[in-house]
Design a protein around this ligand. Structure first.
Ligand SMILES: [Fe+2]
Length: 224
């Protein structure tokens, strides 16, 4: 998991536009948008991001691709409930912005109310070079499992925008699988964009291209 330093002021402006616009919608945090597997999951975030739950996931026969325990407001749900209110925002952030930054698609656009989270999972089914942007009020964290050291690394959120990138491998490349989870003590918005290869990081043309597009974006974000 590598940090991308947002040095480019224009890029930071774009991100701030995205978060500002989100918060101008009244009732942006509303039970009608809450998405979870079962209601009891709502206040179980710290457990589903814990070592204990990770161990349970690791012992399963089936890999967890998308998180199976979560609490948040994915944009798809918000659009389903209030399409007039949220469809234009989804278009702008999920599609137009993806194009703007040269990404293939958006993997995620989710608002997490206080207590929101995604439990341990690998993204193996969304295999890609991914760029993740997170806006936070500073009360959450991102976690990943360092297999080699058998260690859980917790990266506390900073206030405002931050950016990371990572290659999330498919189930055909276990060495590139990355278990991760995230918890939001306060408010948090996460955007993820994919630069896709053919399903494995084997250095073929498509793989090189995806990586190059990602690297160009990183360079843009980090340049003053
Ligand atoms: Fe994920």
């Amino acid at each position: 998991m590598s940090e991308v330093v947002i040095r480019n002021p224009q890029f930071m402006d774009r991100l701030n536009e995205i978060s500002d616009e989100f918060f101008t919608h009244k009732d942006y945090d509303n039970k009608k948008y809450w998405t979870y597997r079962i209601e009891e999951d709502i206040d179980q975030g710290e457990y589903f991001c814990s070592r204990e739950y990770l161990e349970e996931c690791l012992q399963r026969d089936k890999l967890v691709g998308a998180p199976d325990r979560y609490f948040g407001q994915p944009i798809a749900k918000m659009c389903k409930v209030e399409s007039e209110e949220w469809d234009p925002y989804k278009q702008k952030v999920k599609f137009d912005f993806a194009q703007e930054i040269g990404a293939h698609t958006s993997a995620l656009l989710t608002y997490y109310p206080p207590g929101g989270y995604v439990g341990w999972h690998t993204n193996f089914d969304a295999n890609a070079y991914q760029i993740l942007f997170t806006w936070s009020d500073g009360n959450g964290y991102f976690r990943y499992y360092d297999k080699e050291k058998d260690e859980i690394i917790t990266l506390p959120d900073v206030k405002g925008w931050q950016c990371r990138h990572y290659y999330f491998g498919s189930d055909e490349e276990p060495e590139n699988l990355c278990w991760h989870s995230a918890y939001s003590g306060g408010e948090r918005i996460t955007l993820a964009y994919k630069f896709v290869n053919n399903g494995v990081a084997n250095g073929d043309t498509k793989d090189q291209q995806a990586k190059l597009m990602r690297d160009m974006l990183i360079e843009e974000i980090e340049s003053v």
